[in-house]
Write a new protein. Structure first.
Ligand SMILES: Cc1cc2nc3c(=O)[nH]c(=O)nc-3n(C[C@H](O)[C@H](O)[C@H](O)COP(=O)(O)OP(=O)(O)OC[C@H]3O[C@@H](n4cnc5c(N)ncnc54)[C@H](O)[C@@H]3O)c2cc1C
Ligand SMILES: NC(=O)c1ccc[n+]([C@@H]2O[C@H](COP(=O)([O-])OP(=O)(O)OC[C@H]3O[C@@H](n4cnc5c(N)ncnc54)[C@H](O)[C@@H]3O)[C@@H](O)[C@H]2O)c1
Ligand SMILES: Cc1cc2nc3c(=O)[nH]c(=O)nc-3n(C[C@H](O)[C@H](O)[C@H](O)COP(=O)(O)O)c2cc1C
Ligand SMILES: [Zn+2]
Lengths: 416, 97, 1007, 198
């Protein structure tokens, strides 16, 4: 793998940037791989990377029906935090956050992981109780967090309307300083580049159309480019997970909904932290390019169209103005949608299945970007050992049978 | 934003008047106690979630408060039919192709 | 004259009798009514209007419309009225307008950053950031801080918006987007059928391309035809005309979002009406007549001010009487662009030459140019521009477009303006919004709308139809067909088509990237997307590095990311990618066009749903009284509920203690009107209750009340409340305030979908009843004074309800208690709510009746161990976890909702979190709600947490603090100690106890 | 204690009585038809006995066509759903009517007094269509919304039943707890037209 650095850039500028290496190639699919990963999003690519790096399995293909990182990885508001409510979830996301903290160096790719901090606003007494509960739990789990008063919030974000005459006044917030954002595309590309360097085949424009089984075990995947035999298959297809599951006659406790996000025109720096509010339902951060990156809520209906309803955009923008009245004259540049695979308890499924050698990693819904390295890391372990990684254990699909749900709806509402 | 025909009000209305209510035709088991935990979980949580034709319930929350079913394509968002609670769809994935 | 580029009056659109003053970057200028900011700046000979984002190169105005990537300004005079990033080409001039560039420091003419840009430029290819600033991670935040300094175009206002916005819903048979010849023809033809028609255009007047055209229609100037059509349309009351109205989004099921700019052209502070209005149009049929955008050519230094689009030249001359230069070189791949040179020539300025990339053309416009004596060089291209702040000259050379090479000697020409035209790209944006992908049409060398499931038509330039006569006839035909599809007319246009002669045109050349004598990587910068400084070399580099999907190219280079969303550069960028990968453009495809078509004001999208109208605030009938009596309010759902009633100089804690003691010792009164109330009628009402509540209802007698708990099918508690038996066929159910709507829908769901055979009806009566809880040892004394019947314990027992008159008003009184005291819940028809409340207050005065709010109510109920769903429960709590087995029917026949789930493994665990009471070791210390609980206080982090505090208060009546909590296996741990490590670093100890602290026997409520 | 019983409509606090006549020239004319008797009636429209029973009490046939209304001397009836109607009667007579319905109807039906739960607002005037277009997504064209039709829909962010009384006059049924919101909304939305209270 060609090493990236400031010095390299200088060197290449002398040869007019004509000699940069390809970051990935377009290999012809091999007949057989030890592991086929379905889905070339951040999670799929991370899974392949960690399989190769930590488990010595390098005969791997990542099969992506479109372009790498073009699913929800391309569409999310990039919020990264680990201050989840329940122990199982917070350990999972904290594992991920720790990986984020060294990832740029590890991948030799600047993911622009910006630990600018995330505020979750509270607007009611119950919000504040929930925040208190979550932050206390985070601290005892070794995760940084603070409960801020309205005055502290105001000081941190002077442009936020903290006045008492707001329709839903800000009563305080939780603050995680290590939380922040990252450049979403770079995450996919960084993992892809590093995975390919370890020998992983990245098969783009390759759609899985069926899963072949033999004697109750997985035998490979049918694709639009022919059959690819595989020892193990890991499905990391986010919004399309149910479609893949159906290929082996399986249903999952998932619903795929449209989730929208949008950006304003670029503005001079004005907002240094990520501000989220479940109550008025909007969240916003400012990207390094200057646009306000804004997230909405899901549409209530199923949708595989990668677009949602206009009324959600209207409501979201109204919520942003409720929080930041001064943004009223700012203009919206673009809105788009993703397909999020939501689970009844707002937690992911990382699981073996009844088909031997077939594994699912899905259900990250509205909040899986932050988990990208962690998810790949523990899913790789799960596939390699045919045993759930200890952090993955509580997230087995069996919990829907036993009732052992990890209900993140409780205090998180939406888990961006 | 969808434009939905309410079979009770007998006309098209804006999506904002309705709430989606999930997959249609899920029948509550008559004897829940006789089901295994797996079967019960299936009823509670497991869904078809298809890419393509979907039979789903909506309720006309700001209109007549009635639940009804629609058949909708989850990719194009086209609504192919609307039918009252208790009826079966005319358009199904197998019939379509 | 200061407007050095303004020529003699010929356009009717410029009103020379109204001079408008404006400032740009602090300097004063004049323009005329009818100008845009762009045309006025060009009239004044302003060349540099900003700096580019990455390389900080001087930039000028390139276009005259929504494609403009450079002339992005900050407009407005104050911190509240300023608007970031409007396009000068789309901003009407008004008197007093102030504008400034958004990039350029210290000023656009002398820019320090440009030095940095030049030095850094060669080091900043696409992907630059990904390849550096990685070490050490801890420094990224500092790097980022510096990088962010250069971010952004305009600045956000820092004060609240003085303007208001609103929305309107519209419905029509045919919605036409675009008011060019195609759209106007379609509108006229559709409207003649009687169809309800809406036509909108983004520009300040209708006419589209005809506004800058001289091609005659019916023997007159095209603008005259536009005027006539407009006169007709204006007269028809089935037509709604929306000028200055951008269709920003085309959504599913033919919903269009339109932003009408109502006052922006009039100046700031026009507050007599909303500044902008969003129309939400639901159309039976949609006609897209959005025309085509001219494509610029990509050549060396093509961003030097003075490089413009050919149509922009024609537009400035014909529409605004502005010639933006003196000496023009036109580079074209087609006949049509010759119009720009002809217009220039006829405006009396010099056309240096026309550089035609084709080997020859004999089209009529070519002949006309020749006949005017304009020099034409075929087979050549402008390969490079010289000049920094203004074009000084061009290098032209013979080229071979097929193998992308310069094939002869380079010649230098002097000029100050370069117009270019690389052909036309149909404006397929809207048709793509609903998920349809555009398709490449070889014969028009452009993408046209692809297949769609919407009821949608397109016509004119959007279809790649450019000859005016064909555009018009296409418009008329499409209008009639769309009307017919909407059920109006016969589908044929009856009138006569306007007459127009299309000049015969020779074939155009498809050229997307002009070759240079040097390799692209070494040639001077050839800009594709100006706003993000995306160059042809950058795109090729991205391709070389493996970013081959056009979506990767977009994301790696930022092609199309700008505020013009690639209108100007996308197709060229895609074609360059295709070429460098050896693919066809059809194979490469486009990126996805999405809303907004052009940027849309947040305020407009929010409309009037801001401030107090952001979300409905709901009030009870007694609200006025609460206000007058100094209540502080708590938001509960959408309701504003009195939280507590502070007296002057009281702290909140003092108020609460006073209110609590009043209830415990005398009498208090609470407005409980917000509780959900559902009138359940029908002979199967009882059976229905049996199925939705966990407890049994078969034996509840008429006149009695009972508390009930509802679970979802997963077995978790989701609402609770008291239900009264009115008669055998009728029950009144109460729900939590926040749960009211949800519970009603829940009941309807089960009735309508699963148990329609049960004869039962539900009606909400939440708003019908005003409810006041009179509670405390003296409650009966108060009630006796205002009630017309005997309310003694003999006559009116605990958990009974009766009908009576209170203060002369018919009332239902429920003897239920949420405080543990003797309580009467008085319900009266809400129109009498305030009257009754006042009467009770008056009656209670002698007994120290004290109004109390939700907070006191919470304390009092917690002392009794009564739960609040949502506070003490969170969606993972069963009735058993709440130690409320008594509320679970053991012998109910029907397997009621939630029951089955309790049989699952997880529900059998004995270490489930269970509801208990906690007594802090320090009786004055109030545990924070949300504090986490551990058994072992000395364990290291991460600790094993076993529960948390859900409710916690100081009890004035008991004299110590107490809490409710959930603790693993807590029910069997009463008497044991637990620890609460707090956020301040201290750990406090508490003892697990029964959650019922006050009057455990329940004697007080029973008196 | 005074014997005078104060009765207050949901919009009482807006002190509309003091605003009446203050502005004559408004494009929007607002009137609260306060303090009527409101009854919610449920029943089976396919049951002839039910239909005739209701007609007997109310003197007018129950409107069974979707979104229709009917009127007699003493009552106005609005279709809310195939099995649900709103009956508006003179203030105070709701008790009588409810009693009569209970006495007359047999089988499965339900009547609820909801007189305190809601109020009627009448909107008319030159710009009433503009105001309505700002407030509801329902198509107001006479072809789709003829006189006498009643639709359950949204009014701004509140639910409402809207009955068209004439070409330029609408009657809204608004829930009590939302009435202040609706009043604020109408004031804001009528600003550019002028608002007259009658
Ligand atoms: C608008 C929006 C905002 C969000 N905001 C946040 C946020 O702020 N923070 C956060 O943490 N998370 C957020 N999320 C969630 C987050 O984006 C996802 O959880 C995460 O990106 C999922 O990553 P993934 O790799 O699993 O999925 P994806 O990136 O979607 O990758 C799945 C891939 O599988 C491919 N695929 C599917 N079917 C097939 C097939 N049959 N054959 C081959 N390939 C197939 C798809 O093409 C896709 O590329 C947001 C999501 C959206 C949509
Ligand atoms: N011969 C050629 O090469 C050539 C090429 C292109 C155009 N033309 C000329 O262009 C014309 C084509 O006519 P036409 O009517 O199809 O296009 P047009 O360009 O005349 O009109 C399109 C109109 O749509 C408006 N518009 C586009 N998107 C919009 C949106 N989202 N919201 C609101 N308004 C929007 C534009 O402001 C414009 O006024 C003909 O007159 C033809 O002569 C000729
Ligand atoms: C964090 C983030 C920031 C974005 N910023 C911009 C932007 O500044 N301009 C833009 O045009 N698109 C921006 N996009 C949106 C993309 O253009 C695109 O819409 C999105 O990745 C979804 O892909 P699709 O629209 O091709 O389906 C951004 C996307 C994300 C996730
Ligand atoms: Zn309906």
């Amino acid at each position: 793998m060609q090493q990236y650095s400031g010095f390299g850039l200088l060197k290449h500028s002398l040869s007019y940037h004509e000699n940069w290496q390809r970051v990935w190639s377009n290999p012809i699919p091999k007949k057989h791989y030890d592991v086929v990963i379905i889905g070339g999003g951040g999670h799929g690519l991370a899974t392949a990377y960690y399989l190769a790096k930590e488990h010595g399995i390098t005969n791997i293909a990542v099969v992506e029906k479109g372009y790498l990182g073009g699913g929800n990885t391309a569409r999310n508001t990039t919020i990264i935090r680990s201050n989840y409510l329940w122990d199982e979830a917070s350990h999972l996301y904290e594992h991920s956050l720790k990986l984020w903290e060294g990832l740029a160096q590890e991948l030799n790719y600047n993911l622009m992981f910006s630990q600018r901090g995330v505020l979750n606003l509270g607007h009611s007494l119950q919000d504040m109780r929930d925040i208190e509960r979550r932050v206390n739990s985070n601290r005892l789990n070794g995760i940084d967090g603070e409960v801020l008063t309205t005055a502290q919030v105001q000081e941190m974000v002077p442009i936020l309307d903290c006045s008492k005459n707001a329709r839903y006044p800000v009563m305080g917030a939780s603050w995680q300083a290590r939380a922040g954002t990252a450049r979403h595309d770079a995450v996919a590309w960084g993992f892809a580049r590093a995975a390919e360097a370890l020998g992983v085949d990245l098969l783009q424009q390759t759609e899985v159309t069926g899963i072949r089984r033999k004697d109750g075990a997985v035998a490979g995947v049918e694709t639009n480019r022919g059959f690819i035999s595989a020892g193990k298959v890991g499905c990391v297809a986010a919004g399309n997970s149910s479609v893949i599951a159906k290929m082996v006659g399986m249903e999952l406790p998932l619903e795929s909904h449209p989730l929208q996000a949008m950006v304003s025109e670029p503005l001079k720096p004005i907002l240094d932290t990520v501000v989220m509010s479940n109550h008025v339902h909007g969240y916003v951060s400012q990207s390094d390019k200057g646009d306000l990156v804004i997230g909405a809520g899901i549409d209530g209906y199923l949708g595989y169209g990668q677009r949602g309803s206009f009324n959600v955009v209207e409501d979201t923008i109204a919520a942003i103005i409720e929080m930041f009245p001064m943004f009223s004259r700012v203009r919206l540049n673009r809105a788009w949608g993703g397909i999020v695979d939501t689970c009844p308890d707002a937690c992911p499924i990382i699981s073996k299945t009844h088909v031997k050698g077939l594994y699912f990693n899905c259900g990250w819904g509205t909040g899986g970007f932050k988990a990208t390295p962690g998810s790949g890391n523990i899913f790789a372990h799960t596939i390699a050992h045919d045993q759930p990684h200890p952090l993955a254990k509580p997230f087995s699909v069996d919990r829907f049978t036993s009732g052992e749900l990890i209900d993140e709806h409780g205090a998180a509402g939406v888990a961006h | 934003m969808l434009h939905i025909y309410c079979p009770y009000c007998e006309e098209m209305r804006e999506e904002e008047e309705f709430n989606p209510a999930g997959q249609a035709h899920i029948e509550r088991p008559l004897q829940p106690e006789e089901l295994s935990d797996e079967q019960w979980a299936r009823y509670l949580f497991f869904r078809k979630n298809p890419r393509g034709l979907h039979h789903e319930m909506w309720v006309h929350a700001h209109g007549c408060r009635k639940y009804f079913n629609i058949t909708r394509n989850t990719v194009t968002y086209q609504i192919m039919e609307t039918y009252k609670m208790g009826l079966q769809p005319n358009i199904t994935a197998s019939k379509e192709g | 004259m200061s407007q050095i580029n303004r020529i003699a009056a010929s356009s009717k659109r410029i009103n020379r009798t109204r001079t408008l003053n404006f400032t740009f970057n602090g300097k004063e200028y004049q323009g005329f009514e009818g100008d845009t900011v762009a045309s006025a700046l060009l009239a004044n000979g302003v060349d540099v209007i900003g700096r580019s984002f990455k390389y900080s190169r001087p930039r000028g105005i390139i276009t005259s419309d929504s494609q403009e990537p450079n002339a992005i300004f900050q407009i407005g005079s104050s911190q509240s009225s300023t608007i970031p990033n409007p396009r000068a080409t789309q901003t009407d001039l008004y008197n007093g307008l102030t504008a400034s560039s958004t990039n350029g420091w210290p000023n656009v003419d002398f820019d320090l950053m440009s030095t940095v840009g030049k030095l850094g430029g060669s080091m900043m290819p696409p992907g630059f950031y990904y390849k550096t600033f990685m070490f050490p991670q801890s420094l990224w935040m500092s790097y980022e801080h510096l990088i962010r300094k250069g971010a952004g175009l305009g600045a956000s206002p820092t004060l609240s918006d003085p303007d208001s916005y609103d929305k309107m819903h519209q419905h029509c048979d045919v919605m036409i987007v675009g008011g060019g010849p195609a759209g106007l023809a379609a509108a006229l033809s559709a409207a003649k059928t009687g169809a309800r028609v809406i036509i909108s255009d983004e520009q300040n007047e209708f006419g589209g391309s005809l506004l800058c055209s001289k091609q005659e229609i019916n023997g007159d100037l095209p603008s005259l035809w536009v005027e006539k059509v407009m006169t007709q349309l204006t007269k028809m009351d089935n037509v709604l005309l929306l000028p200055r109205s951008t269709v920003f989004g085309y959504y599913d099921h033919n919903l269009l979002g339109i932003n009408e700019r109502r006052t922006d052209h009039l100046g700031e502070n026009q507050q007599q009406c909303s500044r902008q209005r969003v129309h939400k149009v639901r159309a039976k049929q949609v006609i897209l007549a959005t025309g085509a955008h001219e494509r610029p050519l990509v050549y060396g230094n093509n961003d030097v001010p003075g490089c413009m689009l050919a149509t922009a030249i024609s537009t400035y001359i014909n529409r605004y009487d502005v010639v933006p230069g003196n000496e023009l070189v036109l580079m074209t791949t087609n006949d049509n662009a010759y119009k720009a040179a002809i217009d220039w020539h006829q405006a009396g300025r010099k056309v240096v030459t026309i550089v035609d990339t084709r080997s020859a053309s004999n089209g009529e416009l070519v002949k006309r140019a020749k006949s005017l004596g304009i020099d034409i060089i075929f087979g050549h291209a402008v390969i490079e521009v010289s000049g920094k702040k203004r074009v000084k000259g061009v290098d032209i050379a013979p080229i071979n477009a097929v193998n992308h090479s310069v094939i002869g000697a380079v010649k230098h020409l002097s000029c100050d303006t370069v117009a270019s035209s690389g052909g036309w790209s149909p404006v397929v944006h809207l048709s793509s919004h609903t998920g349809s992908r555009p398709i490449w049409k070889e014969e028009v060398a452009g993408f046209v709308p692809g297949e769609t499931v919407q009821k949608q038509h397109s016509c004119g330039g959007l279809e790649g139809i450019y000859a005016l006569s064909k555009v018009l006839s296409d418009g008329f035909t499409t209008g009639a067909l769309a009307a017919q599809a909407a059920g109006k007319g016969e589908g044929v246009f009856e009138g006569s088509l306007p007459l127009t002669n299309d000049p015969q045109e020779d074939e155009s050349m498809a050229l997307f990237h002009v070759p240079h004598s040097k390799k692209t990587s070494r040639a001077p910068k050839q800009f594709v997307d100006y706003q993000n400084d995306v160059t042809a070399a950058g795109i090729e580099l991205a391709n070389r590095e493996g970013f081959e999907s056009i979506e990767h190219v977009k994301r790696y280079t930022a092609l199309g990311f700008g505020t013009d969303q690639g209108k100007l550069g996308n197709i060229n960028g895609m074609a360059i990618t295709a070429k460098s990968l050896g693919k066809t453009i059809a194979e490469t495809g486009t990126t996805i066009f999405r809303p907004m078509y052009t940027p849309t004001t947040f305020g407009a999208l929010a409309g009037a749903d801001v401030k107090q109208l952001f979300d409905p605030a709901r009030f009870s009938a007694m609200h006025k009284w609460h206000l007058e009596n100094g209540a502080e309010f708590e938001d509960v759902g959408q309701w504003k509920r009195p939280w507590y009633f502070p007296r002057p100089v009281e702290t909140m804690q003092e108020s609460l203690e006073r209110e609590c003691l009043a209830v415990r010792n005398d009498v208090g009164i609470l407005d409980a009107s917000t509780l959900g109330k559902i009138d359940i009628q029908g002979k199967d009402a009882r059976e229905f209750l049996n199925r939705v509540y966990t407890n049994p209802w078969s034996k509840l007698a008429v006149g009695k009340c009972r508390y009930g708990v509802m679970c979802k099918e997963d077995g978790m508690v989701f609402d609770d409340g008291v239900t009264a038996c009115i008669n055998d066929n009728r029950f009144l159910m109460t729900t939590t305030t926040g749960g009211a709507a949800g519970v009603l829908q829940w009941l309807e769901l089960w009735h309508q979908t699963e148990w329609p055979e049960l004869e039962v009806y539900f009606s909400t009566v939440t708003d019908h009843w005003s409810t006041m809880t009179v509670t405390g040892p003296k409650a009966r004394k108060v009630l006796e004074k205002v009630c017309d019947i005997d309310v003694s314990n003999d006559n009116f027992k605990y958990m009974d309800w009766i009908e009576a008159k209170v203060a002369g008003v018919k009332a239902r009184i429920f003897r239920i208690s949420f405080t543990g005291e003797l309580s009467f819940e008085i319900n009266v028809q809400a129109n009498y709510g305030l009257h009754t409340w006042k009467a009770v207050m008056a009656a209670g005065e002698e007994f120290n009746i004290t109004p109390y709010g939700t907070e006191t109510m919470h304390i009092l109920r917690a002392e009794k161990g009564f739960i609040i769903v949502g506070q003490d429960t969170d969606g993972s709590v069963t009735p058993q976890d709440l130690d409320m087995n008594w509320v679970v029917g053991k012998n109910k026949e029907f397997s009621f909702l939630g029951k089955r789930s309790w049989g699952r493994d997880d529900n059998q665990r004995d270490d489930r979190k269970q509801m208990v009471g906690l007594k802090p070791k320090d009786p004055t210390f109030v545990l924070p709600e949300g504090a986490q609980i551990v058994f072992d206080k000395d364990q290291p982090i991460p600790m094993t947490m076993v529960g948390h505090v859900t409710s916690s208060y100081y009890s004035a009546s008991m004299g110590y603090s107490f809490a409710l909590a959930v603790v693993k296996g807590g029910i069997n741990r009463k008497g044991q100690s637990v620890f609460l490590p707090l956020s301040n670093g201290t750990t406090v100890e508490a003892e697990i106890c029964s959650p019922i602290f006050y009057d455990p026997k329940g004697a007080r409520q029973n008196v | 204690m005074s014997n005078l019983i104060q009765v207050e409509s949901p919009l009482h606090h807006a002190q509309l009585d003091q605003l009446i006549g203050q502005s004559q020239s408004g494009g929007i004319i607002f009137h609260e038809a306060a303090l009527f008797g409101h009854l919610n009636l449920r029943g089976n429209a396919d049951d002839d006995a039910f239909l005739t029973g209701v007609q007997e009490v109310l003197d007018v046939a129950l409107p069974t066509t979707a979104c229709s209304s009917a009127k007699s001397e003493s009552a106005q009836i609005m279709w809310l759903a195939p099995d649900e109607w709103l009956i508006v009667v003179a203030s105070g007579s709701e008790y009588d009517v409810e009693e009569k319905l209970r006495a007359t109807l047999k089988g499965h039906f339900a009547v609820s007094d909801i007189s305190g739960a809601q109020t009627l607002i009448e909107l008319s005037g030159m710009n009433v269509i503009d105001l309505m277009k700002k407030s509801t997504g329902y198509d107001l064209h006479l072809d789709s919304f003829p006189i006498g039709k009643v639709v359950g829909t949204t009014f701004a962010k509140a639910g409402a039943h809207i009955l068209r009384l004439s070409e330029d006059k609408f009657q809204l049924v608004i829930r009590r707890s939302f009435s202040d919101y609706v009043w604020l909304w109408i004031q804001q939305s009528s600003k550019e037209y002028g608002l007259s209270i009658v």
